[in-house]
Write a protein that binds this ligand. Structure first.
Ligand SMILES: *Cc1c(COP(=O)(O)O)cnc(C)c1O
Ligand SMILES: [Zn+2]
Length: 390
């Protein structure tokens, strides 16, 4: 697809992950029309590219050096990158040798997504959402969020002079609300949980014609998140860890990471794929249950707010991505997350939010009894605002 600016995208079409039907990549395409209204998984669309073209053009664009714009060939069309002042990505990747030694790993890397503009990897998706909304001539965006996506959207809209409506659960923390207020978002607090806020956001978004920053609805947002994997391959000089671990809520984040690693291999930047481990809280673990072929055990309280999602909207995608990688899913209790949160700070110098510390809690479980001895792993520390700890 030709972009209206100098940024050229190799995007070709959108394919439904549920029924396989294909459609043209309209700027505001959301779910598959064939699958609309059917029970079960929504027809989430997946962006497909011309990889030969992408391989030829990636890195060759003169203006492509800054930020996520250097991956323009493997992203949906975006406005001229010079216009992008608020930059996500290019986050540090560093080793954690003390943790690696304790876990019996050959090497352990940490991808520190707390270093994004709003301290969370959600900014990678928001960058794409706001860019595409601009191309589509829309000035109002919305999202449902446990907090991080909303804070991210609010910040990018503040920068771009766009309006945003954010829908958050009743139990959103006062600290997250104060971030939202600081950026000037219009805040809708649901009477219910994230799932209720999601339904309310979708109803309002449809009725008002706002542009969607819901990652399991707007197929282009996963494309922003996959740049995390692109950077890892770049930062490791083509090397790929044996394991990559990340927390799973709706399933967009880990799916995106898996897709990013597949695409890097597809265009010859790396020669293998990592095994993906998706981590949920013991209190709310629908994807873990579905992976194991067991009934959903229902919901119990968890303080891992960013993954407290009872009805994950991108389950089909993340299950497929993890199976393809020969990976796994596991659930960890809040107490293991709290302990991992302390360990990350005391052994790796990194403050993560509780949800993000779930990745280390899961790695500790996987590595028990030396089962990962000699292997390598990457923890995606998805977010963390220091003042939220405690
Ligand atoms: C959103 C989020 C996740 C999970 O992402 P999903 O796409 O919902 O699976 C993990 N960690 C943090 C900090 C998040 O904000
Ligand atoms: Zn479909």
């Amino acid at each position: 697809m030709k972009s209206p600016t100098d940024v050229s995208s190799s995007l070709v079409e959108l394919e439904c992950l549920r029924c396989g039907s294909r459609q043209a990549p309209a700027l505001d395409a959301y779910l598959c029309k064939q699958c609309a209204g059917l029970p079960g998984d929504p027809g989430v669309l997946d962006a497909r590219y011309d990889y030969a073209a992408a391989k030829a053009s990636l890195g060759s664009e003169t203006a492509a050096s800054a930020g996520l714009g250097r991956y323009a060939a493997l992203l949906p069309p975006l406005p001229e990158r010079g216009a992008w002042a608020l930059q996500p990505g290019d986050t540090p990747l560093f080793e954690a040798p003390r943790l690696a030694a304790e876990l019996g790993l050959a090497r352990l890397w940490i991808k520190d997504e707390t270093r994004n503009p709003t301290r969370c990897l959600k900014d990678r998706a928001t960058f794409v959402a706001v860019g595409m909304a601009k191309l589509a001539g829309r000035d109002t965006l919305y999202c449902a969020s446990a907090g991080n996506a909303a804070i991210s959207l609010a910040a990018f809209c503040a920068w771009g002079g766009m309006r945003c409506h954010v829908f958050v659960p009743r139990r959103v923390t006062p600290k997250r609300l104060s971030w939202l207020r600081a950026y000037g978002a219009t805040i809708h607090i649901s009477e219910g949980d994230y799932d209720a806020a999601y339904d309310e956001a979708e109803a309002a978004g449809r009725a008002e014609g706002w542009y969607s920053r819901n990652c399991a609805l707007n197929p282009y947002l996963v494309e922003g998140k996959k740049t995390l994997a692109f950077e890892v391959v770049e930062q490791l000089g083509g090397e790929v860890p044996d394991w990559v671990l990340a927390p799973v809520g709706d399933g967009c984040t880990l799916s995106a990471i898996g897709k990013g690693f597949r695409e890097m291999r597809e265009i010859g930047r790396s020669d293998r794929l990592p095994r993906l481990a998706g981590v949920q809280a013991e209190g709310i673990q629908p994807v873990v249950a579905r992976f194991a072929g067991e009934p959903d055990p229902g919901q119990r309280p968890t303080r891992a707010a960013s993954i407290a999602i009872g009805r994950p909207r991108n389950a089909l995608r993340v299950l497929r991505e993890v199976r393809h990688s020969e990976g796994t899913f596991l659930a960890v209790p809040d107490r293991a997350m709290r302990s991992a949160q302390r360990t990350l700070a005391t052994h790796a110098g990194l403050v993560a939010e509780l949800t993000s510390a779930a990745s280390l809690a899961a790695l500790e479980r996987l590595a028990k009894d030396g089962r990962l001895r000699g292997q390598t792993a990457l923890l995606v520390i998805t977010g963390g605002r220091a003042e939220e700890i405690g």
